[in-house]
Design a protein around this ligand. Structure first.
Ligand code: TEU
Ligand code: CA
Length: 532
């Protein structure tokens, strides 16, 4: 079996709650996804990453799983899921699922059983008589009390951490993985996978965020777990894994993905998501394109195979963050798309990115649904940050920015009922229906881009070489013995002089550029050139 088939994957991430509602309850669902599969196929992608659809009380929108082997009734039935897998396959699309194994929901039967001290499930989780000083990803202590014992939760208190020191946990998760792989799924996106193994429960060094992380961040025990899952499960299927790995540098990334290590196939790094923040994601600073260019270049040069993304369900919208979501929305969204799909690695497109959806337009706190947003707001209030500042913080960083429902037409088209999360009013002019009609749309740019990627092996297997990486300009070459393609991006709203001489045939341009004799790059201009 060719283990590296996935190098040809172009992945489209679907956040089920916000994709398409088929049964008029304001919540996206699996039949809704099936009804839009032709749209996904027409885009040209060949893999869908489905954010969690498992049974869940939805404290963290499905990232708190109460049963790994059943489907959340809000999203449909197991038959619907089987049908989705099958209908996707007939369209040449494989599905990868989210695998959330750092924690379960506190409503999972294992956790309910585990609350009894003499239960065989007791050691499925991490119980102690006293908490330590660790803090959680969603702020505050990482421990909560039931009876007279405390349990660890790196995320919300409804997300207790599994105890990966217990071999029974490994057996359970192997069973879960096989169950889905046997249904024909193409692999997993492994949620916060590099923090699952806790090597000690000592007090950690005091930090502003995530006190205790030196005891669970990318520990050797985690590598061992990954090798076991690979050898005993994944290697027996045609599939791949992408790890979501928080706080990793390029070396740590390689330690998880180099082929000889037999662990994961690729990971989502976060370093490029940190370029517009100070210390942590809630303190944003002005985005400086050169920082992004620098980090991307580093990861391209140093990491064996990248999982390239500019947005997902946890991050602000890429066009609002790294482009310009007003005057140059169309140009900058196309430029960012071209960049993301021309880098070396597997590209991930987050639903709505292909039509240039922007951050949400929430007016007040009550319109936000995300647990993290509410936790951070409350913390900021406790710290006496003024209201205008608290709102400013969440307006920029809230995960709901990317979770507003998909804009299918001018009236929304997502649901006939009030959606679970407010739609962006700009659906009147940013929507799929209009994008399909308009040949100059961002959507049609993505389609062209994807077909260029499919036709040119150099964009998949070619090496990466940076040619110019300063003053907001990113020029790089992808090449192998047979051909070479140059990708030019102006990441600023200023016109710039072409920094180096380029010649060849223009494959794609976001300004209908016809030749390379014009030496001025327009705001957010992007060009793909085949050298001759
Ligand atoms: O995210 C983990 C993660 O570290 C962050 O991206 C997280 O969303 C948060 O912003 C940290 O400040 C993954 C999932 O993608 C996320 O949706 C879940 O909430 C989280 O794990 C817990 O399962
Ligand atoms: Ca529904």
């Amino acid at each position: 079996m060719n283990r590296e088939l996935w190098k040809h994957s172009i992945v489209y991430q679907i956040y089920p709650r916000s994709f398409m509602d088929s049964n008029h309850d304001g919540i996206g669902d699996i039949p809704g996804i099936i009804s839009k599969l032709d749209y996904v196929r027409d885009l040209g992608v060949n893999v869908i990453w489905l954010s969690p659809v498992y049974a869940s009380p939805n404290d963290d929108n499905g990232y708190d799983i109460s049963d790994y082997l059943s489907i959340n009734p809000e999203y449909g039935t197991m038959d619907d899921m089987d049908q989705l897998i099958e209908e996707a396959r007939t369209r040449g699309i494989r599905i990868i699922m989210d695998l959330v194994i750092n924690h379960t929901s506190d409503e999972h039967k294992w956790f309910i059983e585990s609350q009894k001290k003499d239960s065989p499930y007791r050691d499925y989780y991490i119980w102690r008589d006293k908490p330590n000083n660790w803090t959680s990803f969603f702020s505050g202590t990482a421990w909560d009390k039931i009876g007279n014992s405390y349990y660890l939760h790196l995320f919300s208190k409804k997300q207790p951490d599994l105890n990966w020191n217990n071999p029974d946990v490994m057996e359970e998760i192997k069973h879960v993985m096989k169950f889905w792989l046997d249904k024909g799924i193409y692999g997993f996106r492994c949620d916060v996978i590099n923090v699952i193994f806790k090597s000690s429960l000592e007090n950690g060094k005091k930090r502003l965020v995530l006190t205790g992380r030196e005891f669970y961040h990318s520990q050797e025990g985690c590598h061992e777990i990954l090798r076991t899952l690979r050898k005993e499960v994944l290697d027996h299927y045609e599939c791949f894994t992408v790890g979501e790995t928080v706080m990793v540098n390029t070396k740590e990334a390689n330690d998880l993905i180099l082929p000889q290590r037999k662990e994961l196939d690729m990971v989502f790094g976060f370093e490029h998501m940190e370029v517009d923040q100070i210390n942590n994601k809630w303190f944003k600073t002005k985005f400086k394109p050169d920082k992004l260019i620098k980090v991307l270049t580093k990861w391209q040069k140093e990491v064996y195979w990248n999982a390239n993304y500019l947005s997902n369900h946890d991050q602000p919208r890429s066009v609002s963050r790294f482009g310009d979501d007003k005057k140059y929305r169309i140009e900058s969204a196309k430029m960012l798309g071209t960049l993301n799909l021309s880098l070396k690695g597997t590209p991930y497109i987050y639903q709505g990115e292909e039509i240039g959806m922007t951050n949400g337009d929430f007016k007040n706190l009550s319109e936000y649904q995300d647990i993290e947003t509410h936790r951070i707001y409350a913390l900021a209030k406790k710290l006496m940050f003024p209201k205008w500042y608290r709102m400013k913080m969440i307006r920029k960083t809230s995960r709901d920015n990317a979770r507003t429902p998909m804009q299918w037409n001018q009236d929304g088209g997502f649901s006939t009922k009030k959606p679970w999360l407010k739609m962006n009013e700009n659906m009147k002019f940013i929507n799929v229906f209009d994008s399909i009609q308009n040949s100059d749309s961002i959507l049609n740019h993505y389609k062209e881009l994807i077909s260029i990627r499919k036709e040119n092996d150099v964009l998949i297997n070619g090496s990466f070489e940076p040619l110019y990486t300063k003053s907001g300009l990113f020029v790089f070459k992808r090449y192998h013995s047979k051909s070479s393609i140059i990708c030019v991006s102006n990441l600023t709203k200023k016109a710039k002089k072409m920094p180096i001489k380029i010649s060849g045939k223009i494959l794609l341009s976001n300004y209908k550029r016809e030749n390379l004799s014009d030496q001025i790059l327009k705001p957010y201009e992007s060009i793909l050139v085949m050298e001759e």
